[in-house]
Structures are given as structure tokens and as C-alpha cells.
Design a protein around this ligand. Structure first.
Ligand code: WTA
Length: 675
């Protein structure tokens, strides 16, 4: 069982329920994907009562199969889901190819249809890529990879910026039945190395350099640093993004993307893979220091990505969807690459940041390409709200029908700002709750259909059976107006099939904490109307600017510094980034010179974390303390550290059970002086 450690920070005030914007469906040239709320309810009920038939039908209708499946779900009955760590298998006997479903079938229909709109870091740099062109590049890279010895089931590491070649790369890898393992290009060389080794990737695909917010990043150099400790990597394919001549290049091992692709013809057949063959790994933070390689298998993941894009965002073939999340995270995988392409729509791939060259960048893109669905994390919205209305106002945003939010709770005032200033009260705001592990949306309104309440992720998607459990007893809290931890009762097609190389850890993390349930790691409430509110993580995971980090991971990075004796990392509320990281550090006294410059040491510690994990993980606050509060068994009481930081030192509870209660008063003093 997990101790409920974080206090609810969202008020469950009964905000007015908002009906979907009037005339929502009239503003689309296509027929609605879902007629009305009653249809959602009917379909939802079917999806829960008989998931095998429901998803079997959907999979037949929406995906192209090389060999039809024999059984949509095995076992068809969901009563034993998650018991003893068991998951059902989906679409058993079927064979399919992910790239074929994303590219070939649309290229056959209309090769000139735009698949990707690439908007470069500099305004007006970029290009459009049609489905026909995408197919050619995917086939060429698929052949290059095959020639380099990549086979079905192998993993290929991807360390690329947000450029169309990242999409080509993912699709080429799955075209030959291999798995991609994308590492967010903001991760350091150490993090990249760890992931390459864990996934046993032998080929890496990267770029010479990257451009972001007007800055140049030495991407290939970071890869080279990582590869010093990865002796099994045979080849690195390098896309020339900037073409700077001083980029390091090891002939023999390193190959230029353009040279490789030039060697091959325009077509290469897709490799049939079984429904349950692995499709990709994506590393994410858990409550321990070691990141987990979350594994997704092919057909179930594809169906989840396809259906949620279709229904949550009401996406049609003629739509332009702009997901402003990076391909290095699950949002980029599912809603920038797979979801839009599986629906034959157009996806915007944006290389830059919302603030470069000014705070209008997103809105300029929406206006220029007549974006219909826009999807972003609240952290960017908080920044843009603060920048001011003048950056939004000049743009024609009338093409927008759906405004998505993802990755962290969206505060009501940000929700309203989004709806009024960006959506101009005509777009439907959909707050989507899900995880790397879920593959696709778990709780979300369906555009044009589900009424919304600002701050609530509303209701479950098809096939999702959310339960609120008592955090300590694990008992289900039935009815409405309850608060506890969020768990899910039965499996859905795109649930992760495991942690790469460590199935026991998978069971321990998700399936064991609450018997017969998948445990989300989040606290949640169900309000009087049956709407769900996510209250934040109940484990040691923090969410900084929508990036998920484990406190243990940051602690492991800090300890790399020579002077650090011990550290404890906690999250605390921050206006801009949602949560920020505070590191309580006790220094090794015997190593500390008498005239030590503590400010300089703080900077060094922050640098250490940037180097070990990546710049986004840097602590915002470093607090030097003599001792950390511990239980008698030696466990650090992070709850106390969090409370002191939140100014709640009056409600620390009983600290007499600590082995060192005297540590607490010094901690209170240190925090007070730091304010
Ligand atoms: C949090 C991101 C509140 C949550 C897609 C979850 C959210 C974690 C929301 C997963 C939301 C995601 N409201 N919290 N709409 N969406 N979260 O794996 O704590 O990077 O467990 O996937 O983000 O983060 P991940």
C-alpha cells in the first residue's frame, strides 16, 4: 500500500458544468465521429460489458490487417485481469504492420495529401511532406536499417529533435518489426547511455546538431559522449540538420542519413508482426532511481492511439492536428506521430518553443496552417497567459475546434484563459489524463460531446474502468463524492505490457499495490456528478513542466558530487512549472573546507543534476541541512520535508517517532531563511 503523501491541491468546488460549444459540429466539414453524449454512454457501457466484442469491431473497422485476428481478446472474460500479474492478449492470431497503417494506406488513397507540416525553429523555415513522400523516406530508411542488420524485435535508439525525420525514423523502425526507443533530446549523455544499455540498442539515429529557441545544441557530441560506454553500438545514422562542418564523425561507425537513403529504392514491403509483438520502449521515471523501459505492443497500442485521437479530438482525414509535445515523450509518440497518421490526418511537427522569437509562436502556427486541434501541456499555457493577451489577439484562430491539455492538472483560471482567449469560446477544451504506461487517454472529455468542468479530466474513455480506492486498505470507495487513489479495474488494449527486461518490477509497481487493479500512482476524486479530478502523484514522482521525474533519480544524480553526504528531493508548487524541485542536502563535513563558498557549491550541485539527467531536472532550490528526518528504520520522511517547504510546519503530525526529531527544527529554520 502507498501512503497518501500529497495533499489535494485542487478545489472540488462545483464549478459550472460547461456544455460543449454551440455549433461545434457545424464548424467541421466532416460528419461527427460521435453523435452525442447518449451515444458515448451507450458505447462506453458496451466497451465495459463486452470489451472483446467492442474492441474487436473497432479493430476490424479502423485498422488494416495483414492477417485477421482469430480472437479479439484472450481471455474474452475480464474477470481475471491483473490477478497474479496477468494481462489479457489482444487481437490474437492477427498480423499487422504499424507503418502500413500510418502511411501506405493513405498514400494509396492520395499520395499528394499532406501528412506532416514541419515548422522549423526559425519562423518560415520548414516544409510540407505528403503521404507519398513519407512512404518513400520510410521505405528507404527501413532498407538502410535492414542492411545494417536490424531485425524484428531489435531495439533502435532515437535521439532526435522535433523534425520530420524523427517521424520517418519511428515509422521505418516499426516497418521492419523492430522497436524504437526514443530518448528525449533534452536528456544528458549519461541518461542516453543508461537507456541505450538497458534497451540493448545497437544502432542510434540522431542529428548533427539541433535548433531550439534560437539556440544550437550539439546533439551528435552528446551521443558520442554517451557511446564511450556503449561498446555494442555498431552504427550511428546522423541526419544533417545544420550541416556545421566541425561536428564529430567517426567514419565506419557513423553514417550520414542522406548517403544511406540515397542507396535505396522507393519501396520496401512492411514486415508482418503479430498483434502482441513489441512495438516500442519508452523510458519513464518511477519511484526508484532507475528509469523503466515501458513496453508497448503493436496492435493494442495502435488501436488506442487511433481511437482516442478520433474521438477525444474528433479528428478526421481533413484535419490538421498540432501536438506541441516532444516526440521524446509519450504525448509526441501517440498524438504527434501515431494518432494523427493512423487517422489519415495532417500532423504539425514543431521544432521550436512557444517563446521564440516571441510569445505568439503557437498562435502564428495555428493561423498559418489553419490548425483544427491544438494539444499542449498547461505549463506552456501558464507561460503564455502570463505573457499577455496581446500575443494572442492579432491572430485568426477560428480554425480551432478542439483545445487539448495534457500532462498535469490545469487550473481553472488557465482553463478559462485557454477557452476564451485561444478558443474564443468556440473551441472545446479537453483535459486529458493518461500516462506513458496507458499508451493513450484514460480520462478525457470527447470533443463536441462531453460536458466539461474546468480542472476535471471528466469521464473515462472507452474500455477504461476507473476506481477510487482507499489508499491504506485498498477498499473500493463506491459512489460519488469520494477521494483516494486512482486504480483501473480491467485491461484496455493500449496498456503497457511490461517493463523491458523486468516483468517482476512491472507487477510490483502497478499490479501488486492494490490486488486485481492497475495502480496509476495518482490520487483522484470523483465528485458529486461522477466527474474525475486528478490530485497528483502519491508516490515519489514529481511533475516539472509536465515532465515526469522521480525524486530518487535526482537524489542519485546529486550523490555523484563529491561533497554530498546525503540528499532528499521533494516537489513543491510553482506558479510556472506546476511543481519545482527542492533538494535538501547534507554535505560531508570532513571534506568541506572551512572557507567553503556555499553558493558556489549550490551551483555545482545544480550542474551535476543537469549533467547526470538533463537541464529540465535541475533543482530550483537547494537547502543545506545537517541531518534529514528519518524513521527508526532509516527511511527519510519526505512528507515532513514537503510540509516544511509548503509552510505547513504547524501540521507535521507526530515527529517523536523519528530517530532524530531534533533535525526538524533546523530544517524549519533553513527553509525560513531561504524565503
Ligand atoms: C500526470 C503524460 C493531471 C499524472 C501523458 C500522470 C495529469 C503523469 C494529467 C503521467 C492531467 C497526466 N491532469 N495530471 N490531465 N495528465 N498527468 O507518463 O500524474 O509523462 O500519472 O504521461 O502525469 O506522466 P507521463
Amino acid at each position: 500500500m502507498v501512503e497518501q503523501t500529497q495533499k489535494s491541491h485542487i478545489s472540488l468546488d462545483h464549478e459550472k458544468m460547461h456544455a460543449p460549444p454551440e455549433g461545434f459540429f457545424e464548424r467541421s466539414t466532416s460528419k461527427p465521429n460521435l453523435a452525442d453524449f447518449a451515444t458515448y454512454q451507450k458505447m462506453y457501457d458496451q466497451s465495459i460489458q463486452d470489451p472483446a466484442t467492442f474492441f474487436g469491431e473497432q479493430a476490424k473497422q479502423t485498422l488494416d490487417w495483414i492477417r485477421p485476428f482469430d480472437q479479439p481478446r484472450f481471455p474474452a472474460d475480464k474477470k481475471d485481469d491483473f490477478k497474479n500479474g496477468d494481462l489479457p492478449a489482444w487481437f490474437v492470431g492477427g498480423q499487422i504492420n504499424a507503418a502500413y497503417n500510418c502511411v501506405d494506406r493513405w498514400a494509396a488513397k492520395d499520395p499528394n495529401k499532406v501528412a506532416i507540416i514541419y515548422e522549423g525553429d526559425e519562423p518560415d523555415s520548414g516544409r510540407k511532406i505528403t503521404y507519398g513522400e513519407l512512404l518513400k523516406d520510410v521505405c528507404k530508411l527501413a532498407q538502410a536499417l535492414t542492411k545494417l542488420g536490424v531485425k524484428k524485435g531489435d531495439s533502435v535508439a532515437v535521439y532526435l529533435p522535433m523534425i520530420p525525420e524523427a517521424v520517418v525514423t519511428l515509422l521505418a523502425i516499426v516497418r521492419i518489426g523492430a522497436m524504437h526507443s526514443v530518448v528525449f533530446a533534452g536528456f544528458s549523455s549519461t541518461s542516453l547511455k543508461d537507456r541505450i544499455l538497458d534497451a540493448d540498442s545497437r544502432i542510434v539515429i540522431t542529428a548533427d546538431e539541433s535548433k531550439r529557441g534560437g539556440k544550437t545544441i550539439e546533439t551528435k557530441k552528446i551521443v558520442d559522449d554517451a557511446l564511450k560506454d556503449c561498446p555494442d553500438v555498431r552504427n550511428v545514422i546522423v541526419f544533417k540538420r545544420t550541416g556545421n562542418s566541425h561536428v564529430p564523425f567517426s567514419p565506419g561507425r557513423d553514417l550520414w542519413w542522406h548517403d544511406e537513403l540515397a542507396k535505396y529504392g522507393n519501396y520496401f514491403p512492411p514486415t508482418p508482426v503479430d498483434s502482441e509483438d513489441p512495438m516500442f520502449l519508452l523510458y519513464t521515471s518511477g519511484s526508484t532511481g532507475k528509469p523503466k523501459g515501458v513496453q508497448h505492443n503493436t496492435a493494442g497500442y495502435l488501436l488506442g492511439a487511433l481511437l482516442t485521437t478520433k474521438y477525444t479530438f474528433d479528428v478526421h482525414e481533413d484535419d490538421v492536428l498540432f501536438t506541441a509535445g516532444d516526440i521524446g515523450w509519450i504525448t509526441g509518440h501517440t498524438y504527434c506521430v501515431y494518432g494523427p497518421l493512423l487517422n489519415g490526418a495532417t500532423s504539425v511537427v514543431f521544432e521550436g518553443t512557444p517563446a521564440y522569437p516571441n510569445f505568439s509562436r503557437y498562435w502564428e502556427i495555428v493561423d498559418k496552417y489553419k490548425v483544427n486541434q491544438f494539444y499542449v501541456a498547461p505549463t506552456a499555457l501558464r507561460l503564455l497567459k502570463r505573457a499577455g493577451h496581446k500575443y494572442v489577439e492579432p491572430y485568426d484562430l477560428s480554425s480551432l475546434r478542439v483545445l487539448g491539455s495534457v500532462g498535469e492538472p490545469i487550473a481553472a483560471e488557465v482553463w478559462h484563459w485557454y477557452s476564451e482567449n485561444v478558443g474564443r469560446n468556440k473551441a472545446h477544451v479537453v483535459d486529458t489524463y493518461w500516462q506513458t504506461e496507458s499508451g493513450s487517454h484514460l480520462l478525457c472529455p470527447l470533443a463536441g460531446v462531453t460536458p466539461t468542468k474546468p480542472g476535471s479530466a471528466s469521464l473515462p474513455f472507452f474500455g477504461i474502468e476507473p476506481k477510487i480506492l482507499d489508499p491504506t486498505t485498498g477498499e473500493e470507495l463506491k459512489g460519488n463524492d469520494v477521494e483516494g487513489v486512482l486504480a483501473i479495474k480491467s485491461a484496455w488494449p493500449s496498456i503497457t505490457r511490461g517493463i523491458f527486461g523486468d516483468y517482476n518490477r512491472y507487477i510490483d509497481t502497478y499490479l501488486r499495490p492494490y490486488a486485481d487493479h492497475y495502480f496509476s500512482g495518482d490520487g483522484a476524486a470523483r465528485d458529486l456528478d461522477g466527474f474525475y479530478w486528478i490530485l497528483g502523484r502519491v508516490d515519489d514522482v514529481v511533475n516539472v513542466s509536465g515532465h515526469r521525474l522521480s525524486t530518487a533519480e535526482v537524489e542519485a544524480a546529486l550523490i555523484e558530487h563529491d561533497l554530498v553526504g546525503e540528499s532528499a528531493v521533494v516537489g513543491y508548487a510553482d506558479d510556472l512549472t506546476g511543481q519545482a524541485i527542492a533538494a535538501y542536502v547534507s554535505l560531508k563535513k570532513h571534506k568541506l573546507p572551512a572557507d567553503a563558498d556555499l553558493e558556489a557549491i549550490k551551483k555545482e550541485l545544480i550542474l551535476t543534476v543537469r549533467k547526470e539527467i538533463g537541464p529540465f531536472a535541475a533543482p530550483k532550490t537547494v537547502l543545506f541541512v545537517d541531518d534529514l528526518p528519518k524513521t527508526r528504520s532509516g527511511k527519510i520522511m519526505r512528507r515532513i520535508l514537503r510540509k516544511v517547504l509548503a509552510g505547513e510546519e504547524d501540521s507535521l503530525g507526530d515527529i517523536s517517532t523519528l530517530s532524530n526529531p531534533q533535525a526538524v527544527s533546523q530544517i524549519i529554520d533553513v527553509v525560513k531563511t531561504s524565503r
